[in-house]
Design a protein. Sequence first.
Lengths: 361, 265
Amino acid sequence: MPNDFGAHPLPCWIGRVSGLDEQPLPEPWAAWESRNHRLAWLALEQDGFGEQARAAVNRYGAARVALVLGTSTSSIDSTERAYRELDSDGRFDPAQRRSPVHEPHALAAFVQTLLGTTGPCVTIATACSSSAKVFACAARLLQTGMADAAIVGGADSLCDSVLFGFNALELVSRDPCRPFDAERGGLSIGEAAGFALLERPEAAAAAPRLAGYGESADAHHMSAPHPQGLGAQRALEDALARADLAPRDIDYINLHGTASRQNDAVEAELVARVFPATTLASSTKGWSGHTLGAAGILEAAVTLLAIERGFVPGTLNSRTLDPVCGAQIVLDNRTRRVRAAVSNSFGFGGNNCVLVFAGSA
Amino acid sequence: MSTLEVAIEGIGVWSPEVSGWDAARAALGADTVPPATASRPAAESLPPAERRRAPEAVRVAVEAARQACAMAGRDARELPHVFASCYGDPVVTDYLCATLARAPHELSPARFHHSVHNAAAGYWTIATGCMRSSSAISAGAATFGAGLLETAVLCAGEKTAALLAAYDVAVAGPLVDVNPCRSVFGVALVLAPSSPRALARLRLVPCAPVRSGAELAPEPALLHACHRDNPAAQGLRLLQALARREPVLNLAAGPKLNLRVEIMS
């Protein structure tokens, strides 16, 4: 939708979750008020997830359930507001002096309060790979016996920091973003929240599997990807190796595909270099916008839906693919069996995470 | 009960009162508070251009990390790492929010990309050329304990040596009323699954908090006098136990989670 966020909307498009402004948190949680926590609350109570999470806490015991959430900007929307409403001494209005809200860990602390977990609880904040890395972190907690189940996920909501920040970096498109299009003009910012419950395979035989994960750094630049995509390739190869799968085994890739000039060129070249033409790939940011720290969990969900439904989403808004794209990248929706699929997430600071999901064994 | 065992191969510390494990060990062993003599870390491992641009939070994290790798005799490129900070870079947060309230179109693009919580980890990878797993975490007041657990899990799960760098710097502007951190502190550890050159071996046992809190490791004088509100400086409890060869301590790893740390030399 055209940007209508905040007092001075920039001329761009946003992926805005409707109704958040009219849905305050229930009274017992009023001290946690923020746009990000409203969004997290909404996601948590969808599809019966909250019930399933609480059932897992009862089943395993609160101390044996880990909580690992990703966010890039946490509740900075509330901090921005507090700065707009400073009192005459330049201090926060008493209504905004809500300590737990104004820090990076606020989201996980809030969700921990809601779900009652007492196991390991950590926020991963690695920009746009945050809520992809939560899967890797949780997998290790289960592997090392530090937890028997993990609730993972993340949330990032619209705020002035990211709208004006990405605008200052000249990365925001005036029109709806067109990932991998030859004429793409940058990203559209969105907001999302999502959660997943991870258990050991033997505890949930019918569930889809996290088959592998790979994490790496570019060691190149704070806000530009490695020009040959070496960091991303390293994460991809690590993820495939853990999954014990070859590129030809991957039926679908949900690409990072932000529609920035650089990201899409580097990522398209990597896909064309590594995968056969039988692997289909798309970016779903034309639907959602770039949801930043929530992109990992949102796109993990899309990837899992592709496996469950045998459906490959196309690349919305894009019309003519950039010539660097290989045969893998599709513009239109496809129907096909998806046995194993990859989700790419790359963030500022050159932070990469690649996840591999597969259908139940 | 689930436990993790890791070896400590290297320690780095930076605060205005102590820089380096030798100085920290002396102060913590005697439980004294040295005068503040340094105003900012040298951050020698950053290339000159990055060093000029790097904010204080990055410099303190990178300096502690450099010291720990040097003591461990490890090539930083080989170490996956966890950068743990409760507040990240609150100076940039203050700048962003103040600018957005006043003149949002004047926001600096360079300071915006410094606002990501993984700025210090990103600078570290650029400075060292490390392309391994790079994480940036936060866990509120328990950030140090949670960071130690996260790094030990990485170490044990991936069967690799790994680096933890925990840091927090003074909160700027009106945020200090809600996030009352007023000091600068960084601590780093190089951990390994097992090691012939270990300074100490740790057995970590997550457990429920003790009711009274009395069993938490005693508060070192340096922590009490200079860094009480600095979440990263909770690491001083572990450093003091190492300096004094205490056999065991408890660290907070969450509001309802403690980490019992048994120290085996």
